[in-house]
Design a protein around this ligand. Structure first.
Ligand SMILES: [Zn+2]
Length: 421
């Protein structure tokens, strides 16, 4: 959230496009008893929510029941949407945290533990597939953590291992910024950034160390070459924690058909991003058209604060971003379902899941998806497209749990190989 979108907007070209047609306001999708039954009997896993920034910067309490809260995630919303496990994103803004990436990473990790400590009756920290299953049995939200951006390890393999020990179970090799060992899709065309032609030797070592520890390798955000290097290096299946299909929307961060097939061959899973800027072409074009003005509005706000000697307030930046996003009509839910359906067709139904990017997209989700409480509408939509209950369960979380189990198994094997006998 907050400056995340600003960075994306600054990076994309502000090519002017025609304003899109306003989609007619669709009547709200009714979730049938059958869809509700299928949905409620699944372990629903979402692999990307940016809520920790709200915990840390806004003092947001996940137990909040404030009806005016614009957030996507709360314990109440999770319960209503039968969300079983959430991977909370540990995202450190590389611009504003220069020189203290690790420090901020630790603070965000702490913020997730503190929420779980305040709500032990409804939420628990989880570190394994077995933990997620136990949380499901106990009707608690399983809270997991994924680091978004390899810059958090500060080029230090020891720090990577410490993050694993603190419970981090995936790491996105890069965020929108190229770090010192992995190229990002976010700045790959910027000649001022020093690139590495994918992963450096150290980057490959990081991937193998993640395999050994049992931390899932996440290829969302990385450049195409980094993706291919990661696939060639990893000994375990990879995930894309929040990525959509490039054939449908030509965003550099979306995945090509070849990449989707490669993830299938690797045994991994692509978790579809709910952000309309990645899922809907009209929305994306409208966003590109307003990118310059939005960036200028935020810069203006920052300059004002600077002149007053005050620090940047992320709540205000998020508010400005939301105001700009709200000018663009939200696409129909179909735009999101199309990506799930497309990836299921290209990669196979065993290789697609949900990576919402909740609380990280300034409210820019499709119509009908206002929070985790709306997840059953996805089940209804898949049912409407002819998906079986078994396949829907795979998409809702079964595929991710299979990949996570496999990552745990590879880790056990690698650890036993290195153990002195
Ligand atoms: Zn992201």
């Amino acid at each position: 959230m907050t400056t995340r979108l600003l960075s994306v907007l600054v990076l994309i070209s502000a090519a002017f496009a025609q304003a899109p047609q306003t989609p007619s306001a669709a009547p709200d999708l009714i979730v049938s008893a059958r869809a509700r039954q299928i949905h409620d009997s699944a372990i629903v896993v979402d692999t990307h929510a940016d809520t920790p920034q709200r915990f840390l910067d806004e003092g947001f309490d996940i137990g909040s029941t404030d009806p005016k809260d614009p957030g996507h995630i709360s314990l109440d919303k999770a319960r209503r949407g039968n969300l079983g496990a959430e991977f909370f994103s540990i995202w450190v803004d590389p611009e504003t945290n220069q020189g203290r990436f690790a420090r901020h990473t630790f603070d965000l990790i702490d913020s997730v533990y503190e929420q779980a400590a305040h709500h032990p009756d409804r939420m628990m920290m989880a570190f394994s597939v077995a933990d997620i299953e136990r949380a499901h049995r106990e009707h608690k939200l399983a809270a997991l953590m994924g680091i978004e951006g390899g810059h958090s390890i500060e080029n230090d393999i020891h720090l990577l291992r410490d993050y694993y020990r603190l419970g981090v179970r995936y790491m996105t090799l890069s965020w929108s910024n190229t770090n010192e060992w992995a190229d990002s899709s976010g700045d790959i065309n910027n000649p001022q950034i020093e690139h590495h032609n994918g992963l450096t030797d150290f980057g490959k070592q990081v991937v193998l160390e993640m395999n050994r520890m049992g931390m899932m390798v996440d290829i969302s955000h990385v450049s195409d070459k980094t993706f291919w290097d990661a696939i060639a290096t990893t000994k375990a299946p990879v995930i894309a924690s929040h990525s959509s299909a490039r054939a449908l929307v030509d965003a550099p961060r979306n995945m090509t058909d070849d990449m989707l097939r490669a993830v299938a061959k690797n045994g991994g899973v692509v978790q579809v991003n709910f952000y309309s800027g990645f899922d809907d072409d009209n929305f994306r074009k409208a966003m590109e058209a307003q990118a310059k003005d939005q960036a200028a509005a935020i810069q203006n706000y920052m300059d004002q604060l600077k002149a007053q000697g005050k620090p940047v307030n992320y709540v205000d930046v998020d508010r400005i971003e939301r105001e700009w996003m709200a000018k663009i009509p939200r696409p129909p839910l179909k735009s999101l379902i199309d990506h799930i359906d497309y990836i299921a067709k290209i990669a196979g139904v065993d290789h697609v899941g949900l990576g919402s990017d909740f609380d990280g997209v300034s409210g820019a989700t499709p119509q009908g998806i206002d929070s985790a409480a709306d997840l059953p509408k996805i089940t209804q939509s898949l049912l409407d497209r002819g998906y079986s209950a078994t396949d829907i369960h795979k998409i809702l979380g079964g595929n991710l749990l299979r990949v996570f189990s496999q990552v745990e198994r590879v880790s056990r094997e690698m650890k036993s190989e290195m153990a002195v006998k």
